[in-house]
Design a protein around this ligand. Structure first.
Ligand code: NAD
Ligand code: TYD
Length: 337
């Protein structure tokens, strides 16, 4: 197979590129990524250049997307997005641009090039917030996004479904819970808390810390994406989760135990506005239709993730210092958009 991956220099995209190249020796990948602050060419370092190529380009620019698509491409997996809720609260413009407009550009380019399949990678945050006793979200749950990030992802999902209905585009959507694992940018809860703990800094817990998230290891998410890409039904949405609900306080305590740091490091800070109370996913569809089940229990996955950040201090220190921005230029000498 020949696959084009948008946003492949980010956290989940780079894990997916590595996973797909490892699992199928016959597959080659082109990554299209704008290398925003969240994109890091180092995440893709060491891959076989005969099977993987990184093209720096922006999904909001039709020429950039058309430039990587031709009749030989078997599938596009669309990860490229602005992904951090807190950033969407301080400025939503880039979210509307990349997540909504960029997705429409990808849809138009996929259709024009006759690419047989598009997998659009979305999030459980489009459903909104659950109360503690509510049933988990099914794929039929109405969309009630509360943050500009979630609203822009919901807009993208609706454009994908509209292209499938109107133009018969073969597109599938996944909506996954909170991911954790290697190569996650240290602005998100898990890598921020691990790297702050390793640096002797405070761990800032928003509000009362009682917000619940449904956690999944990124490697399980990648396997689910592979299954949906190969066998998901066109025009359909699949939830992806690992049935691991934890509130933020419990997760923080688990990380602190793994990192051997004391309670005094945990500081309660001002809550995020419109902070969703709880996410939880009903994953019967992907399990019953496609036979997918996650492998990695949260306790094991968190321990492995802490070990990875301990062993890859260079990687996250270059992010925290900003040095990672120079890597692409040093390796390839080309433009950094
Ligand atoms: P990330 O922020 O780590 O990576 C995003 C990547 O997209 C970066 O490499 C960035 O350079 C690239 N990008 C941003 N704007 C671009 C543009 N205009 N053109 C081309 N590339 C651009 O994000 P992530 O956590 O890896 O998330 C990937 C996808 O998965 C997103 O669509 C996100 O909504 C979805 N998702 C994430 C999670 C999670 O827990 N992180 C959960 C469910 C779904
Ligand atoms: P985050 O990793 O930003 O993912 P999302 O908001 O997309 O779920 O945050 C996960 C949870 O952790 C969320 O409830 C907000 C909370 N949080 C903190 O308490 N402190 C922090 O510094 C961060 C980044 C998040």
């Amino acid at each position: 197979m020949r696959i084009v991956v948008t946003g492949g220099a980010g956290f989940i995209g780079s894990n997916f590129v590595r996973w797909v190249l490892d699992s199928d020796p016959g597959t080659s990948v082109v990554t299209l990524d704008a290398l925003t602050y969240a994109g890091n060419a180092e995440n893709l370092a060491g891959l076989d250049p005969a099977r993987h190529r990184l093209v720096v380009g922006d999904v909001t620019r039709p020429d950039d997307v058309r430039g990587v698509l031709d009749s030989q491409v078997d599938a596009v997996v669309h990860f490229a997005a602005e992904s951090h809720v807190d950033r969407s609260i301080s400025g939503a413009q880039a979210f509307a641009s990349t997540n909504v407009v960029g997705t429409q550009v990808v849809l138009d380019a996929v259709r024009a090039a006759g690419v047989p399949r598009l997998l659009h990678v979305s999030t459980d945050e489009v459903y909104g917030s659950l109360a503690p006793g509510d049933a988990p979200f099914t794929e039929e749950h109405p969309l009630h996004p509360t943050s500009p990030y979630a609203a822009s992802k919901a807009g993208a999902d609706l454009l994908v479904l509209a292209a499938a209905a109107t133009h018969g585009l073969d597109a599938v959507i996944t909506r996954c819970g909170n991911n954790y694992g290697p190569y996650q940018f240290p602005e998100k809860l898990v890598p921020l808390f691990i790297t702050n703990a390793l640096d002797g800094e405070a761990l800032p817990l928003y509000g009362d810390g009682r917000q619940v998230r449904d956690w999944i290891h990124v490697h399980d998410h990648c396997r689910a994406l592979g299954v949906v890409l190969q066998r998901g039904r066109a025009g359909r949405v699949y939830n992806v989760g690992a049935h691991a609900e934890r509130d933020n306080l419990a997760l923080a305590q688990q990380l602190m135990a793994l990192l051997d740091v004391g309670r005094d490091r945990l500081v309660h800070v001002t809550d995020r506005p419109a902070h969703d109370r709880r996410y939880a996913l009903d994953t019967r569809r992907i399990q019953d239709e496609l036979g997918f089940t996650p492998f990695i229990p949260l306790d094991e996955g968190l321990a492995a993730t802490v070990a990875w950040y301990r062993e890859h201090r260079d990687w996250w220190e270059r992010i925290k210092s900003g040095a990672y921005r120079a890597y692409y230029r040093a390796q390839y000498g080309e433009r950094l958009s």
